[in-house]
Write a protein of this length. Structure first.
Length: 337
């Protein structure tokens, strides 16, 4: 009988809790699926999101400080094979201690975090044995600092998100995001106004933010994991507008992965990884100018057959490239190599 393999001990450090998208998608969900491989100790920067009110604000600040103390205590006195750091910058002295104990430090991020603080970023790159990023564009930049850098896409749960053949009574355009990223959606306000002015029947379904556009039918719903899945089942297409700047070009394409998993074609700005994810005219459309956005919307609003055919191919892409089945195995192999 073969001896049972001993699990590697992992210290998982995340910027946020489960309601923080990057922490949940790129870290927590992975290690939930790898319990047979890793013994994981998770320390988030915060226990819960800050709520309104003086007491809740003080409680949030107090628990945040306690988490910082807990993390430093764990680094000083704990013993781990792997320290997986999602987005956060650790102090240099913490990194030195972890390195002296022989821990493999893995730094994971999905935005241009090197723009935050060059000193802190350089320290992470100096001590990280491995780096994981969300796009080839980030990888190209990080290769200047760390050669052992791998692209692992921000995965979607293709078991929870299923394509539903339920075209809406009114053509529904969906956007999933937050108030922090609403400015991307707001860049399309002139397009939506023009579309409504031309008499095109459509609805905008927004998950995770609040927006009003005069003359446009909009429904805004608060974000939760459950409501996100429900919203994806209620849209006909999804959108991901971006700005043509460095920060936007380095972003991961998680919104697009969600739409593809739901079997919905998407329309997206042709910047960064968007241009790699969307196969123009096959799983959706790439649109830069207002005229291109309008043409894509009008085509998809009128042509139900094209929408359905694109949706089938979109779902296939999600299953083959962007699912947890694929991406979690990539992560496990990379950490164990």
């Amino acid at each position: 009988m073969l001896p049972k393999m001993q699990k590697k001990k992992v210290l998982l450090i995340t910027y946020g809790n489960r309601n923080h998208a990057s922490s949940r998608i790129r870290a927590l969900n992975h290690f939930d699926r790898l319990k047979d491989v890793f013994e994981t100790t998770w320390i988030p920067r915060i226990l819960e999101d800050k709520k309104a009110g003086l007491f809740n604000g003080l409680f949030f600040a107090f628990t945040k400080r306690l988490q910082a103390i807990k993390l430093r205590w764990t680094i000083l006195f704990g013993s781990f094979d792997i320290v997986f750091v999602q987005v956060m910058f650790l102090p240099a002295w913490c990194l030195r201690i972890l390195k002296s104990k022989g821990a493999l430090i893995c730094f994971d991020f999905d935005d241009a975090v090197y723009t935050y603080s060059k000193t802190d970023f350089d320290a992470m790159m100096q001590y990280a044995g491995k780096v994981i990023v969300a796009t080839p564009y980030l990888q190209q930049h990080i290769k200047n600092y760390n050669k052992d850098c791998k692209v692992i896409f921000s995965p979607v749960d293709t078991d929870a998100i299923m394509p539903l053949d339920n075209a809406q009574p009114v053509f529904t355009i969906g956007w999933v995001g937050s108030q922090w990223t609403l400015h991307y959606l707001e860049s399309l306000v002139p397009v939506f106004k023009t579309l409504a002015g031309k008499g095109v029947a459509f609805k905008l379904l927004v998950s995770g933010a609040q927006i009003t556009i005069p003359g446009v039918d909009i429904e805004c719903i608060p974000w939760s994991e459950k409501s996100e899945i429900e919203a994806l089942g209620r849209i006909d297409i999804g959108i991901m507008p971006l700005n043509n700047d460095e920060w936007s070009k380095m972003k991961g394409g998680y919104k697009l992965y969600l739409y593809l998993a739901a079997g919905r074609p998407a329309v997206a700005s042709p910047y960064g990884i968007n241009a790699d994810i969307i196969k123009n005219g096959i799983t959706g459309y790439l649109a830069e100018s207002e005229d291109e956005w309008l043409a894509a919307f009008e085509k998809l609003q009128k042509d139900v057959v094209t929408r359905r055919n694109m949706g089938v191919l979109a779902r296939r892409e999600a299953e083959q490239k962007y699912s947890y089945r694929v991406c979690t195995k990539q992560l496990s192999d990379f950490l164990n190599n």
